[in-house]
Design a protein around this ligand. Structure first.
Ligand code: UDP
Length: 477
């Protein structure tokens, strides 16, 4: 039975697909637990209200009209954090004046770190949502603590292991690099994003059983309760679309015509841009592999081109019915389709989790940020994917065949099936994600609606069997 808690939760997403999606999924989960959900979003990439009639939406003036945010710069991200401060504050103040202390807490994406300042000023409890893996945050923090140990590095070190960060190598450092180093402004931004300020807890789109040691290490660092309740897309009761771009559903009919377990799905997510050389090498690798493929080529994703016109002349005609190219796919539905045998991915965290949940093994072609970290864990620790060793047509062809046709490929498939089973178990009653969600609901319900300075908040650390069950956190100092 649904319990009406009469408590509001305000969600502040970061307006890019890989962040908006998990925040809206979290909203669906909290709504199903009896909270009313208010989504305060930027004007840029406004969510489709009609897909989420259960939420109240409010738009903030982000001050970035007319700016191309398709690949946001550091300056854009700081501007977003600065420009949204006053609109969020004003909205919250008027909401509290009109409706009293019904607000349970504000949950914000860690890239929208300004929210912590606003919440602190208004003495409102805030909770951070981490939309990526614990392994990624752990690698960032380890490098922040001793940057000189890691940066800069030499070309000759690219394949050497990063000290204390197995299985990562220097080429996998989880920051954008220029000339084998990371600029101070980038490090500062990542520090701001990883800092939780005075937030009282952290919600994770990950699974405790998958990342328990990393989560425990991070918990020692942050000293607030952690609630790993992933996979959010499976924990959310409603499967309403969170897509910003229009999904081309015709590819599902095409998949229906393919043999079971025969198609490679190729997508590099919502932000990655490649050059035309990589597009051409990928195209020939796919063509020469002789395997059916469904390829997402997002408008603007090939530098200097609108869409797929950089493909080799006659490519689509040559591959005929064996290949299908779309601008944007209903990815979760695609991965769940019985025809899908593998996923050629950039290893964004959502794509990674979605693929594991549908027991689809991967070919990892990471670019930056958390992607190289995810790719290393997928290929070296979980062993459910192969890393692409070079962006060359022959290597691409060989790797596709290895995944789809070889004995090694069968082993990778078996492991991803096991991983999926573990995730299914985590979502059952008594599974870790299920229990952590219950604890999260209790935690939010017990939060005082206003936090006086230095009020101790009692909360569960992760509700696992093997972690301490209670702790006192100093929520404000
Ligand atoms: N996605 C989609 N259709 C596509 C490509 C991607 O719906 O054609 C979705 C995908 O399911 C995932 C999100 O976009 O939820 C991408 O997030 P991810 O973290 O994988 O990568 P990012 O886009 O943030 O780099």
């Amino acid at each position: 039975m649904k319990i009406e808690r009469k408590q509001r939760v305000v969600l502040v997403p970061y307006p890019f697909q890989g962040h908006l999606t998990p925040m809206l999924q979290l909203g669906s989960i909290l709504h199903s637990q009896g909270f009313s959900v208010i989504v305060i979003h930027t004007e840029y990439n406004t969510p489709n209200y009609s897909n989420h009639p259960q939420f109240v939406f409010h738009s903030m003036d982000d001050g970035l009209q007319g700016i191309d945010l398709s690949f946001p710069s550091l300056e854009n991200m700081y501007d977003l954090n600065e420009n949204c401060k006053a609109p969020l504050r004003n909205y919250l103040v008027s909401m509290m004046e009109e409706e009293g202390d019904q607000l349970a807490c504000i949950v914000y994406d860690n890239v929208m770190f300004f929210v912590d300042d606003v919440a602190t000023q208004l003495k409102l409890p805030s909770i951070v949502l981490r939309t990526f893996s614990a392994a990624y945050l752990h690698s960032m923090i380890t490098i922040f603590q001793q940057p000189e140990k890691y940066l800069p590095f030499e070309d000759s070190q690219l394949l050497d292991p990063l000290p204390e960060l197995h299985p990562l190598r220097f080429k996998d450092v989880p920051f954008p690099t220029i000339k084998n180093t990371v600029s101070e402004p980038i490090l500062d931004f990542c520090r701001a994003m990883s800092d939780i300020g005075s937030s009282v807890a952290t919600i994770w789109n990950t699974m405790q059983d998958l990342e328990s040691s990393m989560l425990l290490r991070l918990q020692e660092h942050y000293k607030v309760p952690f609630f790993p309740i992933g996979p959010l897309h499976k924990m959310a009761p409603l499967a309403s679309s969170t897509s910003i771009l229009e999904e081309d559903n015709s590819c599902i009919e095409w998949l229906d015509r393919q043999a079971p377990n025969s198609v490679l799905y190729v997508s590099l997510g919502s932000l990655v841009r490649i050059d035309d050389k990589e597009l051409i090498e990928t195209a020939w690798g796919l063509a020469n592999s002789d395997q059916p493929f469904l390829w997402v080529i997002r408008p603007g994703s090939v530098s200097g081109f609108q869409c797929a016109e950089a493909l080799p002349d006659g490519f689509e005609k040559m591959v005929g019915e064996r290949g299908r190219i779309v601008k944007w796919a209903p990815q979760k539905q695609v991965l769940a389709h019985p025809a899908i045998a593998g996923f050629f991915t950039h290893c964004g965290w959502n794509s990674t989790v979605e693929s594991i949940c549908e027991q689809v093994p991967m070919i990892c072609r990471p670019f930056l940020g958390d992607q190289p970290v995810n790719a290393r864990y997928l290929s070296q620790i979980y062993k459910v994917g192969f890393e692409l060793e070079a962006i060359e047509r022959t290597v691409i062809e060989k790797t596709i065949r290895k995944l789809m046709l070889s004995e090694e490929g069968k082993d990778v498939k078996k492991r991803v099936v096991d991983m999926k089973q573990n995730i299914v178990a985590a979502m059952q009653i008594d599974g870790t994600s299920h229990k952590n969600l219950k604890d999260l609901v209790d935690f939010i319900s017990a939060l005082p609606s206003r936090l006086p300075p230095a009020t101790p908040v009692v909360g569960a650390i992760m509700s696992s069997n093997h972690t301490p069950s209670k702790c006192i956190i100093e929520s404000r100092s």
